[in-house]
Design a protein. Structure first.
Length: 559
């Protein structure tokens, strides 16, 4: 029998345990006592990893102290990847504007809640009165409604352009003195072809309205483990996206979920872009069919290129070991031999190559940019509407784009102007950083993106309208139905690549170019959740039926 003292001790332990749980979030916050009253705080929301945050945070703090005698600290908000961040920005701005709407004593919030930040909402016709949604939209764009965050930094240009269109990112604060637009007036030479071009290889490097600007370069490619390739009997390292569709890689490809990251979606878009270009170039080399206009010929080629590219993605995903929520997991697992190869961002591949580099310069993990299969994209930054510290945010923008800030991306640790502890292994956006005086300090002096990037041109009009459709299709074709997909692919492989089984497996008419760029795109943009769920359910059932039919056909032919 438990006596009173023992019972009391149990009660105290339970109370202490509850106290620890309740106090943990507060204990994990920065300790205010360590920051003086004169310390200024800059709030940045970012998907960047701890190394980037630590190195840039320390460098900016040092820069502000040395140049202006100011004590500055960066308050990092890191809820996850870009997709998670954009969801947070969307919900926070809705809540903030609803509060502002109520303060202004307007009525009918439910009528305008879903349209005030709709980038596609047209303005009133000349001479016509604005409807409630248009009134709310204009009120929002003229306001300084904020969410307590100064800058959004890191991710892909697609997500930044969407945030800019919504009105969440702004060119300047209400005074016009702070922001990217103000920086462009202050440093006009930076926004030129010689330093930061407006676009390159078909990719936009900064918004023409100056609501966001690229800070470093990224490309997408393949990381692979040479020891794992030897174990699988693969003698040639992968050099193209198509190589990852090889059935010998079954269960050996590490992939990330494009629904969790705009950057991952961009990588899959590159696979499609390459296939589209191959189909278009092939159509140009042939005589045009009689009676078909050049536009019709190109449209037919694009439809065929899309089919080939989506079939390539289908086989790559069928080889997948998993779909992770974290793209940083891919090079780690490849390096450990848990996967033979994977699709990853360039600097992740280069970082793990260096981590595992031997004294003779070799490394078991390597990175390659697919031949003619990847463009240069930028990692942007933008000023958020209602930024609480616009002047400090402006100072950070100036620092990021200065040579001092740009050196942090690829300088070797310990070199003058380089990172303090860890090489970041990313490439500066400034074109004038690739001269010998700078590259002699680089971790990757052989990387000359403004030369190598000329081999690929991104054609936005081909796939930009289908960007959300790509995520949607891959989820239903390969992630939600991955077990059925792999069973079908395994049956095809075991049958000696059954022609009929493969034909059924690759019948992707249900996700044609026309449907992806029109039907699915409209449904995904509509905001109609019921229609989206019904479409997803229907498409998912069709894929599972397709895979079941492919299994039966493969086993019949394999007998």
């Amino acid at each position: 029998m438990i006596d009173w003292a023992q019972n009391n001790r149990i009660g105290i332990i339970v109370i202490l345990a509850l106290a620890v749980i309740l106090m943990a979030p507060f204990a994990l916050r920065p300790r205010e006592g360590r920051i003086s009253r004169d310390t200024e705080r800059l709030v940045i929301i970012s998907p960047h990893n701890e190394t980037i945050r630590s190195e840039f945070g320390a460098a900016f703090t040092r820069h502000m102290k040395e140049t202006q005698g100011r004590d500055v600290v960066i308050d990092w908000r890191t809820p996850g990847g870009t997709s998670e961040i954009t969801k947070i920005l969307n919900s926070e701005f809705i809540a903030a504007f609803e509060h502002y709407w109520d303060d202004q004593e307007y009525d009918g919030w439910t009528e305008v809640a879903t349209v005030f930040n709709d980038r596609k909402l047209p303005p009133p016709e000349p001479g016509a009165s604005a409807n409630p949604g248009q009134t709310a939209r204009q009120l929002f764009l003229n306001s300084s409604v904020g969410i307590g965050i100064d800058l959004f930094w890191g991710g892909g240009s697609y997500d930044f352009q969407k945030q800019a269109g919504k009105g969440h990112l702004v060119a300047a604060d209400p005074s016009g003195r702070y922001g990217i637009a103000a920086l462009a007036k202050e440093k006009p030479e930076w926004f030129t072809e010689e330093i930061i071009p407006a676009s390159f290889s078909g990719e936009t490097f900064y918004d023409q309205g100056h609501r966001w600007v690229g800070t470093c370069l990224s490309s997408f490619g393949i990381c692979y483990n040479s020891d794992s390739l030897e174990r699988l009997g693969i003698t040639e390292a992968p050099s193209t996206w198509a190589d990852l569709a090889d059935p010998r890689y079954f269960g050996q490809i590490a992939l990330a979920d494009p629904n969790k990251s705009g950057s991952v979606t961009k990588a899959f878009e590159m696979v499609l872009q390459q296939a589209l270009r191959e189909a278009v170039e092939d159509s140009i080399s042939r005589p045009a069919p009689e009676g078909m206009s050049p536009e019709q010929v190109e449209r037919r080629a694009l439809a065929e290129g899309w089919r080939q590219g989506m079939a390539r993605i289908q086989k790559i995903t069928a080889n997948a070991r998993y779909f992770t929520d974290s793209s940083t997991k891919i090079p780690l697992d490849v390096a450990q031999g848990d996967a033979a190869a994977g699709m990853c961002v360039d600097f992740y591949g280069r970082t793990y190559n260096e981590i595992h580099r031997k004294s003779d310069g070799s490394s078991r993990i390597n990175y390659v940019m697919p031949e003619g299969g990847s463009s240069l994209t930028v990692d942007p930054v933008g000023l958020l509407r209602g930024a609480p510290h616009p002047e400090l945010a402006h100072a950070y923008l100036r620092f990021l784009l200065s040579k001092e800030g740009q050196r942090l991306w690829n300088y070797r640790p310990g070199t003058p102007g380089g990172p303090e502890k860890t090489a970041i292994r990313r490439l500066p956006v400034r074109r004038d950083m690739y001269g010998p005086e700078e590259t002699k300090h680089f971790s990757d002096p052989e990387e000359l993106p403004y030369q190598s990037g000329k081999s690929f041109t991104y054609e936005a009009e081909w796939t930009s309208s289908a960007f959300d459709s790509i995520r949607f299709i891959i989820r239903l074709m390969a992630i939600d139905s991955h077990e059925e997909q792999q069973e079908a692919w395994k049956a095809i492989i075991d049958s000696g690549m059954s022609p009929r089984g493969l034909e059924i497996f690759s019948d992707l008419s249900i996700v044609s170019y026309e449907k992806a760029t029109s039907d699915f795109a409209k449904i995904l943009r509509s905001g109609n959740k019921r229609e989206q769920v019904e479409t997803a359910r229907s498409l998912g059932d069709l894929f599972r039926s397709l895979y079941a039919d492919s299994i039966r056909a493969s086993r019949m032919e394999g007998r």
